[in-house]
Design a protein around this ligand. Sequence first.
Ligand SMILES: [Zn+2]
Length: 325
Amino acid sequence: MTPPECPICANTAGNRLLSVCEKMNGTLEPFDYAQCPACGHLHLAAPPADMSPYYATGYYSFHSRPIPAWRQWLYRWRTAAALGGGGVSGRLMNRLKPPFYAYWLEHTGLRLGHRVLDVGCGAGNLIRILQVAGLQCTGIDPFLPGDSRTPEGAQLRKADLLDIESSWDAILFNHAFEHVPNPREVLAQAARLLEPGGCIVVRIPLSDSFAFFHYGPNWVQWDAPRHLNLFTRNSFTTLAEQCGLKVETTLEDSSRMQFWGSEEYQRNIFHNSKESYGHNPHQTTFSRRQLRDFDRWSRWLNDMGAGDQATFICRKKPLGSALES
Ligand SMILES: [Zn+2]
């Protein structure tokens, strides 16, 4: 197969194919990815016509657990504090132990009552929390069994972003954008659907990272064939510009998973197997010290801008800025 052109920068010179196997379920089915030497972007060269078998019932994002009442209370106060509410007690709790999403939520400028769309929401675990906190949330996912509502009142729709017409204060892609077959069309549509002053939050794995270069085909976030596009900081920024967006903030947020997940793939322990640390953290072969080191190395890589994922906060460029730039 001749390597296809880069879908981001259209480069054709020197593109090469890299072979990698499915490892989440451990089928070891091989897939070819094309890598662009100009912007570093990787994409699945020949995606299967039907991706649904790779999102079968065991796929992690469709598992939802009920949120206990005490946790709902905690989410309500702490999340509200990240949205300009929550009172003194919420702000104090948030300062002592912020919720895991507060660091990017605070950069969105969202306020209580704002409308949020989560694209590729799975079972809606994130929007359930945001709905409890006082945002008006809708989640869409083409792989949902049908339309429904979460117990907290957030809407879930079996839909594609290109079918959505209403406008939003924030559009989230929470580790979903790498699964999208047509990223330019989808990001441009998201930009069209933004309310004035709204933002797009894109959380994605990044292949210009230590973990990609160190672990190669065993890099846990390669996740063939579900990850159709693996961006670099350069290729994502380029795509955002092409869609009339500016990356306002980049939050480097790689975690210990880049190490334990990739180390497991090197040892042929697959992500969905019972021996995986992700399923069975109490019987892991990793020592406490190793896990602490994984955390420490992740923080260090994030400081260096070399971790394997980031959160990008994007806003529309002001009219006329395309002429000035
Ligand atoms: Zn390229």
